[in-house]
Design a protein around this ligand. Sequence first.
Ligand SMILES: Nc1ncnc2c1ncn2[C@@H]1O[C@H](COP(=O)(O)OP(=O)(O)O)[C@@H](O)[C@H]1O
Ligand SMILES: [Mg+2]
Length: 139
Amino acid sequence: MKNVIISNSTEETLEFGEKLGKKLKKNTLIALYGEFGAGKTVFVKGIAKGLDCTIDVNSPSFVFMNEYQCRIPLYHIDLYRIDKPENILNLGLDELFENQGICVIEWAEKATGLLPAKRIDIKINILDNGNREIEVINR
Ligand SMILES: Nc1ncnc2c1ncn2[C@@H]1O[C@H](COP(=O)(O)OP(=O)(O)O)[C@@H](O)[C@H]1O
Ligand SMILES: [Mg+2]
């Protein structure tokens, strides 16, 4: 299933993430693609809100993963500063979130070929006018 929406503001991206977060079930992997500043972290904040997560979501800059206790545990990974994504991902994402959580990966383009086939890909593009095109592909 493929779905494309246009977000005109940070708030709209948050709301779209929240809407998705409300629908998510455990054992879900979400791969986020898009350049620096596209809105990946904003989108994750929305997902966290939709999962009734009360803690503020920030980029996991100094650790490779942040864990948030939400309706379903949320594992937030950012591969931006990771030299060898395979070192992390070969640990087995299954074990990482024990099939009970939701795993969100920013900079998933660094892990092409390493991700399980069953996942939700979310690609965020910055359009010329600054709006964001958000493409959701449910694989
Ligand atoms: N439509 C939009 N959707 C998401 N973010 C937007 C939008 N318009 C402007 N922004 C701004 O762009 C920045 C996106 O930052 P961030 O989510 O950290 O990006 P990334 O994680 O992809 O590097 C934020 O400062 C946000 O306020
Ligand atoms: Mg980010």
